[in-house]
Design a protein around this ligand. Sequence first.
Ligand code: A2P
Length: 276
Amino acid sequence: MTEQSPVTQTNAARVAQSPDGQVVTAVRHYTDSLFSFRITRPASLRFRSGEFVMIGLMGDNGKPLMRAYSIASPNWDEELEFYSIKVADGPLTSKLQHIQEGDHVILRPKPVGTLVHDALIPGKRLWLFSTGTGFAPFASLLRDPETFEKFEQVIVTHTCRDVAELTYGRELVESVKTDEMLRELIGEENLDKLVYYPTTTREESPKMGRITHLIENGELFSDLGVPALDPETDRAMVCGSLAFNLDIKALLEKAGLREGANSDPAEFVIEKAFVG
Ligand code: A2P
């Protein structure tokens, strides 16, 4: 054969040539099971902070292998950021964890999702409840000035098994408070609205326990000096494992909050943190 046939091209070459191919601009590993990466953003891609898109690589069979990923960057960012787990035998993340700057990934530029301001009715206090990589959509929302314009207080909780798993979220919150550009964008007068409440469930840390337990026993509210959940004032976004989402949903409904959607905004919204 004098010419390389398309089926013998490398995966990388095929992704690079795909109309949805985007270039990896940065990768950072946090633990054996967590990493974040940034890619180029198609000029035509518009999204609302908190939404997700499909990201993937070319599978061994030559077909794209795609998974849903929350966009962790805010809608004004010129690149797209994602925060991912690494699963040793996960069809996508077993490969995706090895990407490096300059590699290509596939992005389907059709953002969707319910963790958006449009799905909540106005309120005073916004709770962002997350576990693990469920922090990703909140990394987007916390860098969006709209989040702080709409609420008097924004409380983000992040629960992980170990301390190192909190790093991405902790640094993100720190950057909102200390990065000159983010401070200016969000507004100095808004920075005190942001409250960060990290907890671990396995490794020793200053605050331990599942957030669900800390809601039930009232410690979350006494620690922060805020009243218990109230449908008049409180709004919530939830992102974690399915079991976590169901448990939080039950607690929010017990407090009188109703689940909202884009077409029917209410007091809280939920999305599963996606794995693969
Ligand atoms: P725990 O260590 O008690 O299971 P995972 O890695 O399994 O997705 O969990 C991430 C974090 O979310 C862990 O700290 C875990 O606590 C916590 N978690 C898991 N399921 C629930 C749940 N149903 N309600 C509250 N927290 C949960």
